[in-house]
Write a protein that binds this ligand. Structure first.
Ligand code: FES
Length: 113
């Protein structure tokens, strides 16, 4: 069994148009997930970094959303144009892409003390 260095979970959850929460699928997350999978493979990260599609990650207002584990870095409002930058700077360079990070104070589930 492969032991991955990083897991990327990209929300592709879909909801009815009438649902006030919206969803990542309606904002184009399938293309983001597709591009992460394809580009990680092309750049030689197979079996090292794994991009998985996920259901709702409970950060819907910031969709399309992705979380990188084990670091716990949350990215939001992603587009396919952001994929290369995240791979190059964060996945390969270890530098978080701050302009796309969802601040802790906006994350659902963070203990705000
Ligand atoms: S629908 Fe994507 S985080 Fe909730």
């Amino acid at each position: 069994m492969a032991k991955f260095k990083l897991h990327l979970f990209v929300c592709v959850n879909s909801r009815d148009d009438e649902d006030a929460r919206g969803c990542c699928a309606a904002r184009g997350s399938a293309a983001v997930a597709r591009d992460f999978k394809r580009k990680l493979y092309e750049r030689g990260h197979k079996r090292v970094v794994r991009a998985n599609k996920s259901q709702c990650l409970d950060q819907c207002a910031f969709g399309p959303v992705m979380v990188v584990y084990p670091e716990g870095v949350w990215y939001g409002r992603l587009t396919p144009d952001d994929v290369d930058e995240i791979i190059e700077k964060h996945i390969e360079g270890g530098q978080v892409v701050e302009r796309l990070v969802i601040p802790d104070e906006h994350l659902t589930g963070v203990d705000k003390g």
